[in-house]
Design a protein. Sequence first.
Length: 325
Amino acid sequence: MSAVAMLAVVSGCGLLGGSEEKPTEAAAPGKVEKAKIKLGLLPILDVASVHVAIKKEYFKQEGLEVEVQYLQGGAAAIPGLINGELDIAFGNYVSFFTAESKEAAKAADGLKLVSDGYQAKAEMFLILAKANSPIKSPKDLEGKTIAINTFKNIAELTAKATLEANDVDPSKVTFKEFPFPDMEAAVENGLVDAAFMVEPFISRAQRNSGQITVMDAASGPTADIPIAGYASSGKFVKDNPNTVAAFQRAMAKGQRDAADRPTVEPLLVEYAKVDKETASLVHFGEFPTTLDATRLQRVAGLMRTYGLLEKDFDVKPMLATQSGS
């Protein structure tokens, strides 16, 4: 999938089609203020819960229609949230915390986290190199160039933390931006020495090109780290409390069901554009059903350590009121 295709706006309902559960009476305590919401996503495994919720009509049952807009990274969603082009967006916590720590986010009453999204497990955040590359271990990455999807995000943070844990000076590694779907080719064509990939692109690169694992960036100091969630602007949350609550209820169900491989694998073929065999090989992370300030604070602590935050940052004020499922 090209970067242009990733940025195209597509209808989530039209993309997936079908239904497994009949709509029920509106579950929300109040009518949603905005029935059609624009949701920014990446074409990666991490957002499987949204596609499950669309497929099973959890959003529809809550009176919501979701229009999906694909982005290159979580950082790309933030301007859209601030200027109102997006209502809610998936993004990594590093990008959200960075934005909230700066004055720009204040224009929309800041950013609010409305749903957790994804948490790391082993082998789902990997730095890969070509099959015949001399790069075999983390130490071999010193002086090399690594592809990441966007700068100053969860990929850069976890890469730096795990490089340092493996006695590699992060300042001696160069990062270069590439969309996730383009990373396999960038490695094969020598545009970079290695690439920081997520699923399903890890499994695709291993299967198609025989690329090898150099380092697991969700290990050691970053094991089980919260990766990403869904955010909105403070203004949208304040003006649309019933809409946000409806989204949260639908997402809690989607997050719960996304842990089931047979449910997710066919959806990966559709929205991430990988074949069935690759979808069957992907390594799943965790899909938490509630936001927890203590867990998220760990990300902010690492950001402070590696210079991605200039001062201590409390994540608790960013958490929107959570609706029960």
